[in-house]
Design a protein around this ligand. Structure first.
Ligand SMILES: Cc1cc2nc3c(=O)[nH]c(=O)nc-3n(C[C@H](O)[C@H](O)[C@H](O)COP(=O)(O)OP(=O)(O)OC[C@H]3O[C@@H](n4cnc5c(N)ncnc54)[C@H](O)[C@@H]3O)c2cc1C
Length: 505
């Protein structure tokens, strides 16, 4: 390995392999933050191979990426046909009739150190029937098709509306490319045929294109999609298969005509052996059916998808196959894998693009200063594995805690879940406690909404929730509900907001 990039004569070379969402996110962020004179960043992509072309729902952390990249939100939504997202509605996931929303932001307002939901749990025993949605600004605004941002979205008592985005994945990659190239990223079009290894160190020395050109680098960022051109095909890193917890292995994706009202949330509807997504964009609606091929045939999966659309299909369904799991190491030698090259978790909680974002931040955290150090690589991998495993647990929860009758769902309910999830469930079932482990992605309100929504009912609640009298407790719950309703009533419609601020062409 050659040294780091502070020497002006020998810039540190970073080659990004792949120009999908992961590749262009890496290119845009690295070129924004690394000094151009010290780092030479090249991105290689193949028009012939193309990108996966899905990945349209995000979580609020993407706002941080936009801020670092200096992206204007209105311009971003116009360019990507985007819309706002306040959460995900889950239909039919507990029982076939059930419906709940995993909304971003807070639910209710804690009293002292006691989280709000303990008071809500006590209220339920007193006969209060309002669901958690009625205490959550994001959930109430989502169901009312409302949206606001800035000061209009803030409530002193409840915090503020917290938003993410829906966008067209292809347009997003193009949008990022338009930022990355002026920041110095050199784009190369061509098909990589193979990687050359350094005979001494075993590192990847260069990638070679079909026309014979060779691109050498100190660090390779593998964003080549499912096949993992460098991390797997060149370095044989190995894959940890999670199909025993997450048995879906195929998706059919199809766009449909735009919805008359662009709902500010993603919808996920459970089906007999999987689930269907609906992502409203300004120009069309994105849909897909994620399913387990051992439990349902492709033809039936396609007809279930098409019969569940809210608008006319605009194309034939396109199939994607995957194996849920992760690379045994995300960083191996001088190759870091991002995006689909790193592994796959189904888009139930829209986490993949975020995992790309946090991985790039982590690459920057452990950016080599000279030769790549084993200790840095080990720390990078440990943090990334922790992050992936906690997201996996959150997704497994949706499958495991269900009351649907179909054989697929009964098997999911009977499976032995990861120990880390079993411990979380035990804590919640006993006394409604939710403990966020370290820096795990999903925080207490998210776990609460999904556990309750999936029908996990705590036997008790925190003893401090017994403090207020029955009457005071009822008054307090009513006050929170009224505050939510009043605040949401004053917000504009989501569609009107888009039309005013970020209507796409
Ligand atoms: C069904 C489905 C739904 C999803 N929905 C969501 C969602 O709602 N939210 C979310 O956050 N994520 C979602 N994801 C994940 C998301 O799509 C991906 O994380 C994201 O698109 C990143 O993809 P990528 O860039 O890693 O790979 P790709 O898009 O596959 O890009 C790979 C790149 O590598 C290039 N390449 C490959 N081989 C070569 C070669 N030999 N030579 C040169 N170039 C090469 C290709 O040309 C391409 O540019 C979804 C994924 C699937 C499968």
């Amino acid at each position: 390995m050659t040294g780091q990039g502070t020497d002006k004569r020998t810039p540190y070379r970073i080659v990004i392999v792949g120009g999908g969402t992961a590749g262009w996110m890496a290119a845009a962020l690295l070129s924004r933050l690394l000094p151009q004179q010290a780092y030479a960043i090249t991105l290689i992509e193949s028009d012939e191979i193309g990108t996966v072309g899905v990945g349209e729902a995000t979580i609020p952390q993407l706002q941080l990426l936009n801020a670092v990249l200096g992206i204007d939100e209105d311009e971003f939504l116009r360019a990507t046909q985007g819309s706002y997202k306040l959460g995900i509605e889950f239909v039919g996931w507990g029982t076939a009739e059930s419906r709940y929303i995993h909304a971003f932001g807070n639910t209710g307002h804690a009293i002292g150190q006691t989280p709000f939901h303990h008071f809500w749990l006590r209220g339920q025993r007193l006969g209060e029937t309002a669901s958690l949605d009625a205490y959550c600004l994001n959930a109430a605004a989502a169901y009312a098709d409302k949206f606001a941002r800035g000061a209009a979205a803030q409530s002193k008592m409840l915090g503020g509306l917290v938003h993410a985005f829906h966008f067209d994945a292809g347009l997003y990659a193009q949008f990022l490319r338009r930022r990355a190239e002026p920041q110095g990223v050199c784009r190369v079009e061509g098909r990589i045929t193979h990687a050359e290894r350094d005979g001494e160190t075993g590192d990847v020395a260069a990638v070679v294109l079909a026309d014979g050109t060779r691109h050498a680098a100190e660090l390779f960022v593998d964003c080549s999609g499912f096949r993992g051109l460098l991390i797997e095909e060149a370095l044989a890193t190995g894959y940890e298969d999670w199909t025993h917890w997450l048995p879906c292995d195929r998706a059919l994706a199809v766009p449909s005509a735009r919805l008359p009202d662009i709902t500010p949330y993603t919808r996920s509807t459970a089906k007999r052996a999987g689930w269907q997504w609906r992502i409203p964009l300004q120009g069309r609606t994105g849909n897909g059916h994620v399913y387990c091929s051992a439990a349902i045939g492709d033809d039936e999966a396609a007809s279930l998808l098409l019969s569940g659309l809210d608008g006319a299909p605009l194309a034939d369904p396109r199939m994607l196959r995957f194996t849920t799991g992760r690379r045994k190491n995300f960083w191996n030698r001088n190759v870091v894998a991002l995006g689909l090259a790193a592994g796959f978790m189904e888009p139930l909680e829209s986490t993949s693009i975020h995992l790309v974002q946090s991985a790039i931040e982590r690459v920057l955290k452990y950016l080599p200063n000279g030769p790549i150090r084993a200790a840095d690589v080990a720390a990078y991998n440990a943090e990334t594995i922790f992050e992936w495993e906690r997201v996996r647990d959150f997704i497994v929860l949706h499958y495991h805690a269900n009351a649907r009758p179909e054989p697929f769902w009964r098997e999911c309910a009977a499976m032995a879940v990861p120990d880390s999830l079993a411990a979380k469930l035990e804590l919640f079932r006993a006394n409604g406690r939710i403990v966020r482990a370290g820096e795990e992605l999903f925080s207490e309100p998210g776990w609460l909404q999904v556990m309750v929504g999936q029908g996990v009912v705590p036997a008790g609640y925190h003893p401090l929730a017994d403090g207020p009298s029955d009457a005071d407790l009822r008054d307090y719950l009513a006050l929170v509900r009224q505050t939510v309703a009043k605040h949401v009533a004053g917000m504009p419609d989501h569609a009107a907001f888009l039309a005013q601020h970020c209507r796409s062409g």
